[in-house]
Design a protein around this ligand. Structure first.
Ligand SMILES: O=C(O)c1ccccc1NCC(=O)[C@H](O)[C@H](O)COP(=O)(O)O
Length: 203
């Protein structure tokens, strides 16, 4: 089970998460978020993750930023992947992919009930709740595996206590967590990160 820990804005937490088995770490650049990272902090987090485990996928997560600007920012700061959240068009995806080949698409079934993995050329689809980074869970029985396809990540309201059950129900390729491994918005809890990774892989 592929595990991404999102919303990291501290290089020490990135290092710890990767040492404890996270496959990917996400850095949010979206000013209203309690997890918003400046370019300097984002670059330091990427460096820490890659120094600890070079194969880690470092993911820049954006919501309102122009897709071209986001892709250029991801390349400049050394990220492996750009994750576009929400209302980005097929043209936005094409423009981003021409700048950085690994682009992920995050959306919800509430927003896009007919979503299919890979339809916009994205490397991965991330199925999230309605409000990104809110910690709110959603109805996993709405997932139509035949239509959506394979290789997608489950996100939205997961935590160490719920992730194993969610994985058994939704059968994703990977999982993503943010609020569920925090002691307060924007502050990661190291013990919860360890327990989340173990629980995700126990399912
Ligand atoms: O986390 C945020 O604050 C955020 C802000 C703007 C765009 C995306 C954001 N997070 C994206 C993620 O990939 C989260 O990990 C995902 O929504 C799950 O969040 P949570 O329900 O808190 O585990």
């Amino acid at each position: 089970m592929y595990v991404k820990v999102c919303g990291i804005s501290d290089p020490a937490v990135a290092r710890f998460s990767v040492e404890r088995g996270a496959d990917a770490i996400g850095v949010v650049m979206s000013a209203p978020s309690p997890r918003h990272a400046t370019p300097e902090v984002a670059a330091a987090v990427v460096r820490a993750a890659h120094e600890t485990a070079p194969a880690t996928d470092t993911v820049l997560v954006v919501r309102e930023m122009d897709a071209r600007e986001a892709a250029d920012t991801a390349v400049r700061l050394g990220f492996d992947v750009l994750q576009l959240h929400g209302a980005y068009s097929p043209e936005d995806f094409a423009a981003a992919i021409s700048r950085i080949p690994r682009v992920w698409r995050a959306t919800s079934l509430a927003r896009e009930p007919d979503v299919r993995a890979g339809a916009l050329g994205e490397e991965r689809l991330l199925l999230d709740g309605v409000a990104a980074g809110s910690g709110e869970s959603w109805d996993l029985t709405a997932i139509d595996h035949q239509r959506i396809g394979d290789g997608w990540l489950l996100a939205g309201g997961l935590d160490p206590e719920s992730v194993a059950t969610a994985v058994r129900s939704a059968r994703p390729w990977g999982v993503d967590v943010s609020s569920g491994v925090e002691s307060q918005p924007g502050v990661k809890d190291l013990d919860r990160i360890v327990r989340f990774i173990a629980a995700a892989r126990s399912a």
